[in-house]
Every structure is written in C-alpha cells, then in structure tokens.
Design a protein around this ligand. Sequence first.
Ligand code: ZN
Length: 141
Amino acid sequence: MDECIFCRIARGEARASVVARSSRAMAFMDIAPVAAGHVLIIPTAHVADIYELSDEDAAAVMQMAVRVARALWAAFAPAGLNLISSNGRAAGQDVFHFHLHLVPRVPGDGIRFRWPHSDRPDRDELDALAREIRSHLEIAS
Ligand SMILES: [Zn+2]
C-alpha cells in the first residue's frame, strides 16, 4: 500500500481543500498544522524531491504556483507572499513528495490565513478559502 499522503491526496483518496488541478499538478490546502495557511503545489505523480523533478513537472508545478499566487493577490491582496521548497530531512522536510508552499503574509510576519478557534486548521474554513482562491483563478481547473 502506498503510504505517501500527497499521492493519496492527488488520487482523491485523502481529503484536501483543492484549489487547482491539472494532469501534472495540483494545488490544495492541507489540515496539517505545519502547513496551516499555506497552499501546497505538488506534481500529481510521485516525485520525492527537487533533484528528481522532470522539466515538464517543474514547469507545470511552477506555472500552477504563479497562477495561484495571482489568484491569492486578486482575492486577498496580501502584503507579501513566500514561495518555499524544502528538500531533505535536514532542511525541515517531513513529507517526501516534492511540494511548494505558497504562503501569503501580513505585516508583523504573520501568515495571512489563521484559524481562530484552534491551532488545528478547520476544514470548513479551508474549503471556503480554497473556493475563494479558485474563483479568482484565470483558468478554471
Ligand atoms: Zn507521493
């Protein structure tokens, strides 16, 4: 059995708040506290880290990240945006399926999206945020 959680999300076998999807790439918001407030962009095929990413998957993932960044800007006009990729356990990686983190920021170095009642993200709120971002995507997916 494949235990990679991001492969399970890409196959629709694990729950995520989906922002965008194409044949090669997918963007979603996850309930994991480590990624609370982030949009994650992944290749739909399993790729462990950046060293194994094909040119085609790299292009698809980066294009999706840029489109979601534009949609985030249109929806929320954050003061800043971080685009992050960690590779390897020593770099703080804990899921070994290549992914980008897109993190909207506000002044004071806060993350744009917060969950008011818990340090665990609330699925309904994530679904609403994902819907709002999706409504601003230039190309529906
Ligand atoms: Zn995987």
